[in-house]
Design a protein around this ligand. Structure first.
Ligand code: UT7
Length: 376
């Protein structure tokens, strides 16, 4: 019997604070007309001090789980795709795992910049389709506002904060993730990067003075690359799924620039209304942009049962990819009992995390005393 990987839960979390183009024009030399005509972006969300990549991710994850009949303890795998992880390590995914109480899940971060959510979905779907796992959580989460040079008008106008999460579950019902194209070209790594803070260029006063811990981008080159790969990757994944391009009902593209999306539509000869676009309200949220757009389209009832979807993205690396999916409306009815059980699991997760820390402390003291005893 074939196994299929279906999206059964979806959720987003966005900070409340809105930064409009007009407000940005008070920070750097720019204006609403330039930003809208060159990018399509009108506003973006900015995380509060106490909001982080992990808290936004956990919030989106809980909302996604709320639509399903499973709770965090049933998850086998958590992948957080992010370009703004909380730390080099531990992985943001482990912080989410602890926060939501996914006690049986392996958790790791995936670094493929804005293409990360597509790569993550494909990895999780593959694991489900081989039968090695049953339930996975894939999250794209960002607080890019912390990595943007707020003096650089060519980048600070683009990026925003937010998170989106999908729960994937295995089933015998045909559909769900059908195919995926994953590509990279490291020769273009310098076109979009955060040069310092890793092992090659550890953080120092000098790197901070040179702002090398912030996003640096050659916008024109990235633009050219993006317009080249969006249509070709879409075409390729559709072909692998056995579709003609015209069979695609909706394309959910990475929300970087309206002009890039329009160019992809022209390249594919598809009408623009088949493209799900919400970048005017969130800007470029990197790994979160595709789930943010898709979840809004789902919540608006725009995506119907049986729809053929292509998710397509590109980003630093360089990376690009496209994933085809037949949307199958989840049939599960979420009961009040499911909801209560899930809130209890989340509540207990915080308590459990605290107890684990205390337990580790006590064990450390006991082992330390035992080791000292042996030395004496
Ligand atoms: O997830 C992937 C992330 N990256 C991307 O998707 C970026 C892809 N690239 C782009 O979206 C576009 O290249 C940008 C939106 C970044 C820039 O648009 P552009 O049409 O390529 O502008 P440009 O860089 O060619 O600059 C045109 C002019 C320049 O002035 P001069 O040299 O012609 O006098 C810039 O200095 O616009 C100027 N400019 C601005 N003016 C007002 C650049 N940024 C701004 C600004 N406000 N914010």
């Amino acid at each position: 019997m074939n196994r299929y990987a279906h999206v059964t839960g979806w959720g987003i979390a966005v900070p409340e604070e809105i930064l409009t183009n007009e407000k940005l024009a008070q920070i750097v030399e720019t204006n609403d007309e330039w930003i809208v005509s060159r990018t399509g972006i009108r506003e973006r969300r900015i995380a509060r001090k106490d909001e982080t990549t992990a808290t936004l991710a956990a919030d989106a994850a809980c909302k996604a789980l709320d639509r399903t009949d499973i709770d965090a303890r049933d998850l086998d795998l958590i992948i957080v795709a992010t370009s703004s992880p909380e730390h080099l390590f531990p992985a943001t995914a482990c912080l989410v795992q602890d926060n939501i109480g996914a006690v049986h899940a392996g958790a790791f971060d995936l670094s493929a910049a804005c293409t990360g959510f597509i790569f993550g979905l494909n990895m999780a779907a593959q694991a489900i389709r081989t039968g090695s796992i049953q339930n996975a959580l894939v999250i794209g989460s960002e607080t890019l506002s912390r990595m943007v040079d707020w003096d650089d008008r060519t980048t600070c106008i683009l990026f925003g904060d937010g998170a989106g999460a999908f729960v994937l579950q295995g089933s015998d019902e045909p559909g769900g993730v059908l195919s995926c194209v994953m590509r990279s070209d490291g020769s273009g790594g310098d076109l979009l990067s955060v040069p310092a803070g890793g092992s090659k260029l550890p953080t120092s006063h000098e790197t901070v003075d040179r702002k090398q811990h912030l996003i640096q981008m050659n916008g024109r080159e990235v633009f050219r690359f993006a317009t080249r790969v969006m249509a070709s990757a879409t075409r390729e994944t559709a072909e692998q799924a056995g579709w003609e391009v015209d069979d695609i009902d909706f394309v959910i593209p990475h929300q970087a620039n309206q002009r890039i999306i329009e160019s992809a539509a022209r390249g594919l000869r598809l009408p623009l209304d088949k493209f799900v676009v919400n970048l005017e309200r969130y800007g470029n949220t990197s790994t979160a942009s595709i789930p943010l757009a898709m979840v809004e389209a789902l919540d608006e009832g725009r995506i119907h049962d049986g729809a053929n979807l292509v998710l397509v993205g590109f980003g630093a690396g360089l990376t690009w990819g496209a994933l085809s999916m037949r949307w199958v409306e989840p049939k599960v009815r979420v009961t009040e009992l499911d909801r209560r059980r899930r809130s209890l699991v989340t509540l207990l997760a915080r308590f459990r995390s605290f107890l684990r820390r205390v337990q580790r402390r006590i064990e450390g003291l006991i082992w330390g005393a035992a080791a000292r005893g042996q030395e004496d």
